[in-house]
Write a protein that binds this ligand. Structure first.
Ligand code: SF4
Length: 472
């Protein structure tokens, strides 16, 4: 996976800093509550939401079980439709493939559709190292790029910015990237959108190469699908002569009939729309219509490792709707940057450690970035049991061990032994009751959690003894 966020501190430290930022907390609270309320209304309109959710889960699980077969079918279909398929095992390979393809066109500029996969591999940075400028054309991604910032939400990457901040970014930075912001730009949303539209239009009209991801790939026909709200994606997918799509292998669905379920669940669950304004679909190339050259880069980058994990593989069902972020109390307070990856929130806490492994401090801390309240599971349109995966990943991190984890394991081992030996346990309870005046009220040196909590007071008589005396 990309090194874009390398050097970030572990989640607890990053979250502590973020929680102190009152502007950030205000922006996040306002945005997440607005989106979550709208989403709840859009979902409540469908009587069969739970059935759709179950259908989405099953389609994804079945597809993942035979992913090798579906991917080969997809490759055949894309090739038959005039496209070229490339296989990338990791971020470095994907970046090299895309860099070589752009260089082969002789171009030094590309326009991009919002894409999580290309952020995951750090494509913009890799292209910049080759002298190629990648221009983000999604409004929120544009704000992030111009602000020299990092995305903090899957769907709304600039969710941590308010209107005044966006105005300042446009006013100060647009000129360095192309057409400057209009004189006297206000922070009225319509004015900000118009400034972005004017800035981007010249890039759309000039670009010869477009780069995208995809929400889905239909194996039976080799069709790629992008859902979007602004129309910038449609411009990038139709105007350039060459289109390169970088897509995670788990985005495959076998048939159009399977797609029908997600066409209903994704818009409602992400933008709270019955249907998103632009759904672009393309199949290879067509003479005189749209890009004349199409490349599909199929990205693994840790996905087959996740697939091998019986519990963790359900994270690959994710359709990136971001509903789990908007209901998460931890995300709402910590913000997206604290997760140290392009995948923040509950899905990031289970996906990133599987794609990147848990050897770095931040990745090992992510499975703990949750209160396990289960709100994420409730809203997930493909029923990913995020709390289950979090606990599973915590176990993996604990098994690898640090001093704290070793202590916890030793304590659990001792507890298991005591419960297996009732006589010894009863003797221990009596001894603890007799010496209760000597016991500390708080466990020493175990950090803030125990500093703010009292130990329960030991009874003068253990329950077993009381029961023996009183049960008649
Ligand atoms: S885990 Fe579920 S709720 Fe979260 S982004 Fe993925 S599909 Fe949406």
């Amino acid at each position: 996976m990309s090194g874009t966020f390398v050097g970030m501190p572990a989640f607890p430290k990053a979250a502590r800093d973020a929680v102190r930022d009152t502007t950030l907390r205000g922006n996040l609270r306002h945005a997440t509550h607005t989106i979550r309320d709208k989403r709840a209304k859009a979902v409540a309109e469908l009587d069969d939401w739970q059935q759709l959710r179950e259908a989405g889960k099953r389609i994804k699980d079945l597809t993942l079980r035979h992913l090798d077969r579906h991917l080969l079918r997809l490759e055949e279909s894309v090739t038959a439709a005039g496209g070229t398929v490339h296989w990338a095992a990791d971020a470095a390979e994907a970046n090299r493939i895309v860099g070589d393809l752009v260089k082969a066109t002789g171009e030094t500029e590309v326009v991009k559709v919002k894409s999580m996969a290309t952020q995951e591999i750090g494509l913009n940075e890799a292209l910049a190292a080759e002298g190629i400028h990648a221009y983000e054309t999604d409004l929120a991604e544009l704000i992030v790029q111009l602000g020299d910032d990092r995305p903090s939400h899957i769907l709304v990457p600039a969710i941590h910015r308010n209107r005044a901040e966006i105005r300042a970014i446009f006013r100060d930075r647009m000129a360095g990237w192309g057409r400057p912001a209009p004189e006297g730009l206000t922070d009225n949303p319509a004015d900000l959108a118009e400034a972005a539209r004017l800035h981007l239009r010249e890039k759309f009209l000039r670009a010869k190469v477009g780069i995208s991801g995809a929400n889905f790939m239909v194996a039976e026909t080799g069709t790629l699908v992008v859902f979007e709200s602004e129309g910038n994606g449609r411009m990038c997918l139709t105007l350039p002569e060459t289109l390169i799509s970088v897509v995670g292998i788990e985005k495959t669905v076998p048939t159009w009939q399977d797609l029908e379920v997600f066409l209903q669940t994704l818009p409602r669950s992400s933008t709270a729309e019955r249907m998103n304004p632009y759904t672009s679909m393309w199949t290879g190339t067509a003479d005189g219509d749209g890009p004349q050259t199409f490349h599909l880069v199929l990205l693994d980058n840790g996905r087959t490792d996740a697939l091998a994990d019986d519990v963790g593989r359900q994270a690959l069902r994710c359709i990136r709707c971001s509903a789990c972020l908007n209901v998460c109390p931890v995300y709402e307070r910590a913000g997206g940057h604290a997760y140290g990856s392009v995948y923040p929130g509950p899905i990031g806490a289970i996906l990133t450690p599987q794609l990147r492994g848990t050897t770095s401090e931040i990745d090992a801390s992510l499975p703990y970035a949750s209160s396990l309240c289960g709100a994420c599971y409730e809203v997930c349109p493909v029923a990913i049991d995020i709390p289950e995966v979090l606990v599973h990943l915590r176990e993996k991190v604990a098994d690898r061990g640090g001093p704290g984890h070793r202590l916890e394991k030793a304590a659990m081992k001792a507890a298991t032994w005591a419960m297996d030996h009732p006589g010894a346990m009863a003797a221990g309870e009596r001894a603890a009751s007799r010496t209760r005046a000597l016991h500390p009220r708080r466990p020493p040196g175990a950090g803030a959690w125990t500093d703010s909590r009292d130990l329960p007071e030991l009874p003068a008589e253990p329950f077993r003894d009381w029961w023996r005396k009183n049960r008649t």
